[in-house]
Design a protein around this ligand. Structure first.
Ligand SMILES: NC(=O)c1ccc[n+]([C@@H]2O[C@H](COP(=O)([O-])OP(=O)(O)OC[C@H]3O[C@@H](n4cnc5c(N)ncnc54)[C@H](OP(=O)(O)O)[C@@H]3O)[C@@H](O)[C@H]2O)c1
Length: 249
């Protein structure tokens, strides 16, 4: 897919992979709108880059989503591409101590928020030329990680939604799904693992989309993909949870 001369909304564009995507997409000659809860970080993404416009929006709030879409329209932008990237991570135990309020926040931010935003944008996307939706998933949605059960559940739900969305839209809006590996962002700041840089991750995502790959598997996410294909579900869970990313030297 051509990734130039588009108007692209990147959720979670104030940090990490979203910021790298926004800047690379702007360099390719697109108009890029970035959203998130922290306006100062969105403004930092836009600093020094031409064609990046920040919009504050908490995706867990229907009101925020409606206000943002109204503001985008009244600023004269017609979005033809959505990069649904924002998410939060949570490490939880299910053995009695689950923080239910936090669990709901994760599901709202990672699953319901992206669904609501996508559904509210569909009519507008359909009116543009060659519209597309890119969903940033996680291998943890395919082989659930035992220490992030709610995050894994949200990403598994998002994967199911993505498959159904692609089916229902029947090519009218192209739907891509990208699976990052372990990436050096706020989300995993406390982990001393070897991590890919957000810039490299974004570069590979965009390359896969430009090559029309419906699913883009990056780095060790390819291993999850392979295991998912060859192992029965019971075995998959054990193997995935016995694996841990290599430590940084
Ligand atoms: N890092 C990894 O190793 C890794 C691996 C697999 C998949 N991923 C996926 O990659 C995507 C990007 O994550 P990242 O690694 O770049 O982490 P990150 O730096 O923490 O980025 C997440 C972004 O989402 C935004 N966000 C969170 N909750 C939001 C809400 N309610 N409304 C609007 N924006 C919200 C955050 O901004 P505010 O806090 O300002 O709202 C932040 O900019 C996520 O979908 C993640 O699941 C990451």
């Amino acid at each position: 897919m051509r990734l130039t001369e588009r108007t692209i909304l990147v959720t979670g564009g104030g940090t990490g992979i979203g910021r790298a995507l926004a800047r690379q997409l702007a360099e390719k000659g697109n108009t890029v709108l970035v959203c998130g809860r922290r306006l100062n970080l969105l403004e930092e993404t836009a600093k020094g880059a031409s064609g990046i416009h920040p919009y504050r929006c908490d995706l867990t709030s229907s009101e925020d989503i409606r206000h943002m879409l109204d503001a985008i329209r009244s600023d004269g932008h017609r979005v033809d591409t959505l990069f649904s990237n924002a998410a939060i991570l949570g490490f939880d135990s299910l053995a009695g101590g689950l923080d239910l309020a936090q669990a709901k926040k994760i599901i709202d931010a990672n699953l319901f928020g992206p669904i609501e935003l996508t559904q509210r944008m569909l009519d507008g996307l359909r009116e543009t030329e060659d519209p597309a939706i890119v969903i940033v998933g996680s291998p943890a949605g395919l082989g659930p990680l035992a220490n992030t059960p709610i995050y894994s559940s949200s990403k598994a739900g998002l994967h199911a939604y993505t498959l159904c969305l692609r089916h229902h839209l029947g090519g009218e809006v192209r739907v891509f799904e990208v699976f990052p590996p372990v990436v050096d962002t706020e989300m995993l700041a406390t982990k001393k693992w070897k991590k890919m840089s957000p810039d490299e991750c974004a570069r590979r995502m965009l390359k896969g989309i430009e090559r029309d790959q419906e699913q883009v598997w990056i780095g060790e996410s390819k291993m999850f993909r392979f295991l998912q294909l060859v192992l029965p579900p019971g075995r998959l869970f054990g193997v995935v949870n016995d694996w841990s990313p290599p430590e940084r030297e």
